[in-house]
Write a protein that binds this ligand. Sequence first.
Ligand SMILES: [Zn+2]
Length: 214
Amino acid sequence: MQTDYVQRFLFEELDIRGRLLCLTGAWQRMLDGRDYPEDVASLLGHTTALNTLLGANQKGAGRVTLQVQGSGPVRLLVADCTAELRIRGMAHFRKEGLRKTNERNLLGDGRLSVTLEDLQSGRFYQSLVPLEGETLEQRLRETAVERETLAATIDPDLLSRYQRLFTSKNGTPIVPVEHEVCMGCHMKNTTTTVHKAKLAREIVYCEQCGRILY
Ligand SMILES: [Zn+2]
């Protein structure tokens, strides 16, 4: 029986779409030999589930890592997932201060980072989010909403090009140009292109790989 999978679903008439995640086997293996208190295990479970949903979104040989650093009893949570649903995760915590409380208090204030890694080229793309919402799930949802609001104000053609680049370039659609060389593909661009990119009055694409240059 398959115990770990992500299943997309769509109810067309209701305009509802989502993903169903099941992580029985992988989750049990992750907890094996670790003596996490119930609250910590539950928080790590949420982090792992959220990260796996993010990771299952990726195409190609990518890895997604969700890391939460807090000032509360739980200092660090890390969950890591590849496109093939290989998951890892761990929690660092202080026993003192752990008691029946909510996720927000277990973590305190802190920050959350999501890192996309291209396993072939070793390139990284990272975004940092301060931890302010009630739960991680809520915070990530807010981040997604902010991105959608932002997306709504951007030219749809540019946005779809950006989204295609984001996927095909494994999370590095926008790269700097240094000494006329694109830092994405490491190929030289003409002086005109580099000049336009530095002026930043328009969107400029790398002549070689098509990434957006700045
Ligand atoms: Zn390039």
